[in-house]
Ligand binder design. Structure first.
Ligand SMILES: [Ca+2]
Ligand SMILES: [Ca+2]
Length: 919
């Protein structure tokens, strides 16, 4: 029957009237119920096409809301939950593995409930809380019911079913089913908070192993896993029914999410359309990270839609905070991107890629491709069932374009520049047998070792290796592209000082500082033309101190800056790979030099007049560092038979310019996957003289004369730098092999350091010569025979002036007077400790560059900040100030010194400024 025109008018009028009313009725702040299922993959949910099971209640949520097909999170419980709760990636929070999540602190991280509280929300955490640290209340939850461990169901399980309700510890009684107790607490919470907006984080036991019978299981059940899925689904249904009963359903947003993919035991049989997924829980494959996700807010989310857009579990925090009308934390990097627009049924753009990290593995995934930390590209067209590795040299244009896009995303995120995993590489609990207490490092207990060498009789030898211009681009420092198996081998038997800083980022001042244990202002070596004996004629150098205490001290290759050798340091003339031996008159500080020549290799190509790089056709030993390694191997053999302890210093020249390495080391790298700098300009607001004009690089014959260095040439330089590091790594490997062969490993301390950092086009700069983080931070590895904690990364701030007192301490030599550093022995014993509050570096600039002065830039680095103050060396006045937030801006893109509110911080850090050194 045709409607009358009056009916039409009425309907139209009602619609007009109803529209604002509806808008008004629409709750501004939804209640939020976040259901997190444990180890539930997409192959376990009916509406995702799961073959094995029916999940009618979850499917009903999908029918009434949005089902997401491409939602991702970390493939293990703890790291995944950290992402959800903080909205930040693991390399920022440190939550890289199941134990490391425990290191997050409320001072550094804000979780969702804390951000919802100012918007008037009351929050409850019900269920599994592991492996998040502290109590839920420490992170902003007002109410909590938490159980210990995972997969807790019955009191008969091996692990006791303890749980804590708002601080009161309880034990699961016989016949009590933990999921039912949790549901009851959910009901209680809803009933008592129905008037306020609330956030309920419902972290289910299901369906984490151990898979046991449920209260509904038939006595002869053939598929307990299906029973558990059905019970979980039933609990979801009961929760929805309770919301309806409380008349809360229309005002409540439900998010249903899985914390990681299906566990290994169930993965093969959790098929979709008869096919198993690629990978499972804990893997870096689709089956690890791709999880079910349904969002349902009646009347708001467009019902029955399927979204194929990417969602990253860091997105929940900004999304929920936006919906709640809360405020996001400032001064911290959030990785999540709000999809609140999608929940409201509005237009918006989904994120372009997701980032997944576990242990030291990671990948970035976009719609059709994924690229991992090893530079492997996968075609994901047949995901989640198949992931096809694309050959490294593939000329397929879309693959090449994808590689470029994804690599640039990885470069921007720069996970290797953040907090790196210190676990065993699996991301799992490091040692299940070992009980971890709050004060203990959650690291594996090393095998019981005998007493460290410094506690035993006899003097250990010292192998002292210095590598020229080596920045911490090493595997053991978290660079996943570089191939440094031997340096990593050394690191695995020692301590990795992750935050070691040189005192001045150029050869002679830095080396002099290490060898004398004094800062550049004491040695007055700030350049390449001054000998430290000028200012400190009688100083006792590090090897000299060892020599005086019964050691045989010898030097091979570049240890001091070339031409500034020191005869008093060594027991024999200083050997160089070009066949020269150099001795200076030990009684005479004017450096009268005695030179002798023996057989050597040609080092002419090393001068600044040849090309900046060369793919060399020579063998390892036909280049200087290989020749030096051979000499060192034969010296170790002869030193062993001397019957006195030795201090053998070995200096390697590469990766100093020019980048000459045998071809096989170049062949280790596809130049396309070597990262480009995060930033190619000076920090915003930095004085121009904080940088330089790349003079050292331009001194090589084939280098374009203008800055910036063209991209293709820069790529070759970076390739050459990597090739040279791997070449030097191989030479270090020969020394380690020789120590073993000679039976010296058990009584030789090994120290390896790079003399300063290096800029590989970062800030538009090449080489060193600045006060920036990349120039001042350098590798420092110390290995002591029988040290108890090996392979540990020590995050404590240390300085190169500490090397001298450390070695003296480790070898039981008397502590020399007047050194500027401190012993790091305590950090070798306990890498979690600290020895100093700041590390200080410096760099001078002449009056021409600085425009006033000359000036000395002193750079103070503490845990988070780098303050650099440039002082006029004539009158001590401040010429410029730089302040960088190394935590939130590790690439140093913005000088914050002039920002309001930094005055107190600058004053605090300025307390560590030394008096300016007058020229
Ligand atoms: Ca899990
Ligand atoms: Ca150097």
């Amino acid at each position: 029957m045709r409607k009358t025109s009056m009916q039409h008018i009425l309907i139209g009028l009602l619609a007009v009237l109803a529209l604002p009313a509806l808008l008004h009725a629409e709750p501004k702040k939804p209640n939020i119920v976040f259901i997190l299922a444990d180890d539930l993959g997409i192959g376990n949910v009916g509406c995702y096409g799961a073959d094995r099971v029916k999940t009618p209640n979850i499917d009903a949520l999908a029918r009434g809301g949005v089902r997401h097909t491409h939602a991702y999170t970390a493939p293990l419980c703890g790291p995944s939950r950290a992402l959800i709760m903080t909205g930040r990636y693991a390399f920022r929070t440190g939550a890289t593995n199941q134990d490391a999540t425990g290191q997050m602190k409320p001072a550094n991280e804000k979780m969702i409930p804390k951000l919802l509280k100012p918007a008037g929300y009351v929050s409850s955490m019900i269920g599994k809380w592991g492996q998040l640290p502290l109590e839920p209340s420490d992170w902003g939850f007002d109410d909590s019911f938490r159980f210990k461990g995972s997969g807790v169901y019955w009191s008969t399980q091996e692990k006791p079913g303890r749980y804590v309700v708002n601080g009161v510890a309880k034990a699961l009684k016989e016949k009590e089913y933990m999921p039912d107790l949790m549901h009851q607490h959910v009901v209680d919470f809803l009933r008592s908070n129905r008037e306020k907006p609330f956030f309920l984080y419902y972290s289910m036991s299901h369906v984490h192993a151990e898979i046991l019978r449920t209260p509904d299981s038939a006595a002869d059940s053939k598929d307990l896993f299906a029973d558990n899925l059905a019970y979980m689904d039933k609990l979801v249904g009961k929760l929805v029914a309770e919301l309806e009963r409380q008349k809360l359903r229309e005002k409540t947003l439900i998010v249903f999410f899985g914390d990681n993919g299906t566990g290994k035991a169930q993965a093969k049989t959790s098929t979709i359309g008869g096919r198993a997924l690629s990978g499972e829980k804990g893997s870096m494959l689709e089956g690890g990270a791709r999880v079910p996700m349904i969002v349902n807010w009646p009347g708001v989310t467009p019902a029955g839609t399927v979204s194929t857009g990417l969602v990253d579990s860091t997105d929940f925090l900004p999304t929920l905070v936006e919906l709640a009308g809360g405020k996001l934390p400032s001064g911290t990097v959030l990785d999540g991107k709000s999809f609140a627009w999608q929940i409201r049924g509005e237009k918006g753009a989904p994120r372009e890629s997701v980032f997944i990290e576990l242990a030291r593995m990671w990948y970035v995934r976009e719609a059709g491709w994924k690229l991992n930390e090893k530079g492997e590209l996968f075609d994901m067209a047949n995901a989640p069932f198949e992931e096809k590795l694309v050959a490294a040299g593939s000329r397929d244009e879309s693959a090449q374009a994808a590689r470029k896009r994804l690599q640039s995303t990885l470069n921007r995120l720069n996970p290797a520049g953040g907090i790196l995993d210190r676990g065993d590489g699996t991301g799992r609990h490091a040692n299940k047998q070992k009980k971890i207490t709050a004060n203990e490092s959650p690291m594996p207990a090393d095998a019981l070792q005998p007493e460290p060498v410094w506690k035993t009789a006899g003097k250990p030898n010292v192998l002292f290796i210095v590598v020229d211009d080596l920045r911490p681009d090493l595997g053991c420092y978290g660079n996943t592209l570089i191939k440094t198996p031997n340096l990593d081998r050394l690191a695995a038997r020692g301590t990795i000082f992750k935050r070691a800083y040189c005192q001045q980022a150029v050869c002679s001042p830095s080396r002099t500082s290490v060898m004398t244990g004094r800062r550049p202002d004491a040695t007055r070596v700030w350049d390449l033309v001054t000998h430290f004996r000028t200012a400190l004629p009688d100083t006792v150098t590090l090897p000299q101190h060892f020599k005086a205490n019964g050691y045989h001290a010898a030097a091979l290759g570049k240890v001091y800056h070339r031409g500034y050798e020191d005869g008093r340091s060594w027991s024999e003339p200083h050997w160089y790979p070009n066949g020269q031996t150099v001795d200076t008159d030990p009684a005479d500080s004017t450096r009268r030099i005695v030179r002798k020549y023996g057989p050597g290799v040609d080092t002419k190509a090393e001068s600044g007049k040849g090309p900046a790089f060369e793919v060399s056709g020579r063998k390892d030993d036909e280049l200087p560092d290989g020749f030096t390694a051979s000499e060192a191997v034969s010296r170790l053999h002869s030193l062993k038979s001397r019957g006195e302890p030795f201090f053998l210093a070995v200096g390697f020249q590469k990766p100093h310019l020019p980048f000459i390495a045998p071809k096989k080391y170049w062949d280790l790298y596809d130049p396309q996957i070597i990262p480009v700098p995060v930033t190619a300009t000076l920090p915003k607001g930095a004085p121009a003289f904080a940088g330089h004009s790349n003079g050292e690089l331009h001194s090589y014959a084939n280098v374009p004369k203008e800055d910036p260095i063209p991209a293709d040439f820069a790529k070759q330089l970076r390739h050459g730098y990597y090739a040279c590091i791997s070449y030097t790594d191989a030479q270090v490997g020969r020394l380690l092999d020789a120590l073993e062969k000679e039976g010296l490993s058990e009584n030789t301390i090994i120290v390896l350091w790079g003399d300063h950092g290096w800029q590989l086009g970062d800030h538009g700069l090449w080489h060193k010569h600045t006060n920036f983080e990349l120039a001042t931070r350098a590798p420092l590895l110390v290995s002591v025979p029988k040290q108890q904690r090996v392979g540990r990364k020590c995050e404590a701030l240390v300085e190169f002036v500490d090397i001298y007192p450390t070695l003296a301490d480790l070898c039981g030599l008397p502590a020399p007077q007047g050194l500027d550093g401190v012993s790091l022995k305590s950090l070798i014993e306990d890498p979690q400790g600290t020895v100093k509050k700041v590390a200080i570096s410096q760099y001078p600039r002449g009056p021409k560059k600085a425009g006033a002065g000359p000036v000395m830039g002193y750079s103070i680095r503490n845990e988070q900040w780098r303050l650099t103050v440039w002082l006029n060396q004539k009158d001590g006045s401040t010429v410029a100030t730089e302040l960088y937030d190394e935590q939130n801006d590790p690439a140093e893109t913005v000088n914050l010194a002039d920002r309001p509110g930094q005055k107190a911080l600058i004053e605090e850090l300025s307390k560590y400024l030394p008096p300016v050194a007058r020229k």
